[in-house]
Design a protein around this ligand. Structure first.
Ligand SMILES: Cc1ncc(COP(=O)(O)O)c(C=O)c1O
Length: 400
């Protein structure tokens, strides 16, 4: 039975704040200290960014429109068409909205879903567990009950939404679903996405497909996307995908992403966003036009991550249940046998000056009283190769 919980243990406390509290006053055991906590890509900012900003500098004098520039919407629709074999199925006029990074979009989407919903009873928002913290913040801000659906090894590190009780699905107004998943790096196949879309339509909830790691994958087969699967059904009804340049193009600080999909939802959401949401500066959208036209830097990114996973394979072997995940740029390591995520995090800091994040801080306690992240630590492979090797060597020397 899938673990379901409505009693998330402080899902609104940032995992990074909790980590700071855990390590407060604890001296680092080694210098220089190494931090592998935040999922902020540190590969180079692409060369075209500075000239594009410079060429469009006057645009900072204008208020951007909520619907985005025509150029931005066309660039994103074109990229989606190429990436997912959708040709011209994505209408740039009605199926794309710019986001100030996907995070704010993931947040505001819940508020729109709630205001659209006519369901009786307390609305439920489905989230994977572990989860990206914004999902929980959004669910609570929208007055929904967050339903954490365990995404551990028993379900291939993806939440089994289909196994939820019918009464929960009946109350659901939305479902956040990340593929590739953070932190586990699991990737949903087309059949899984198709089932999810079917469920969303059968039970009248929105699928919020978080695809911000879509371009960070191993091997040659790119992860499937919710839009391509929806297209096979002949409709984009109830399917909204979220993506951004943060991971794809190492532009976390640019704050530029998009939502794409169900035109009816996007129309209502645009009208709400026009009054309430942060907009994307026009010069930033111009950078995005260049970014979505270029795959060279994205291919290079994947090469750099591949090299770090090769180091992880060499240093870790099969310790901590490690196997290179198909997507994302994290290591999700089972340290249950070493005392669990919190204890190992403390030890790594105290003995090795290595900062990681306890998996339990990225998850919540389920109805079965278990937090599916408790036995894990998460390590972000965002730095260079040498630092990665040094950090993983310290990890093995300390708790291996
Ligand atoms: C799973 C997941 N979704 C969404 C985001 C938001 O990214 P951004 O707002 O930079 O697009 C992140 C950022 O770390 C993430 O890990």
């Amino acid at each position: 039975m899938t673990a379901v919980s409505s009693s998330a243990a402080s899902p609104l406390t940032s995992p990074f704040q909790r980590l700071a509290a855990l390590l407060e006053g604890v001296p680092a055991g080694r210098e220089p200290t190494l931090s592998m906590t935040v999922g902020e890509p540190r590969h180079p900012v692409p060369d075209f960014v500075a000239p594009m900003l410079a060429a469009n500098i006057k645009g900072f004098g204008q208020y951007p429109q909520a619907r985005g520039t025509d150029g931005f919407r066309a660039a994103v629709a074109g990229w989606l068409g190429r990436r997912y074999g959708l040709g011209e199925r994505i209408d740039p006029a009605t199926m794309i909205l710019p986001l100030n990074g996907s995070r704010e979009g993931l947040f505001y989407a819940a508020i729109q879903a709630r205001s659209d919903s006519r369901k009786a009873g307390r609305p439920a928002m489905l989230l994977p567990n572990p989860f990206y913290q914004t999902y929980a913040a959004a669910a609570l801000a929208a007055g929904c009950e967050p339903i954490m659906v365990a995404a551990g090894p028993e379900t291939g590190f993806l939440p089994d939404i289909a196994a939820l009780p019918a009464d929960v699905l009946a109350r659901a107004i939305g479902c956040y679903y990340a593929s590739p998943a953070n932190p586990q790096g699991a990737v949903a196949d087309r059949a899984t996405l198709a089932r999810l879309i079917e469920l969303a339509r059968a039970h009248d909830f929105l699928l919020f497909a978080d695809e911000c790691y879509s371009e960070i994958y191993r091997g040659v087969a790119a992860p499937a996307g919710a839009l391509e699967v929806a297209a096979m059904t002949g409709s984009f009804d109830r399917v909204i995908v979220f993506n951004s340049l943060s991971k794809r193009s190492n532009l976390a600080g640019l704050r530029c992403g998009f939502a794409a999909g169900d035109p009816a939802f996007l129309k209502r959401w645009h009208d709400f966003r026009n009054m309430a949401a942060p907009q994307v500066p026009n010069p930033v959208q111009a950078v995005a036009v260049a970014a979505y036209a270029d795959e060279t830097h994205v291919i290079e990114n994947r090469r750099l991550y591949d090299a770090k996973y090769a180091v992880a394979e060499a240093v870790l072997g099969s310790r901590f249940g490690f196997a290179t995940p198909p997507g994302g740029f994290f290591l999700w390591l089972d340290v249950g046998a070493q005392g669990g995520g919190e204890a190992v995090t403390l030890r790594l800091w105290r003995e090795a000056g290595l900062r990681v994040i306890p998996g339990g801080y990225l998850a919540a306690t389920g109805a079965d009283g278990r937090n599916p992240g408790d036995n894990y630590i998460r390590i972000a492979l965002v730095d260079g190769l040498d630092l990665t090797r040094e950090a993983l060597t310290r990890l093995v020397e300390t708790v291996g």
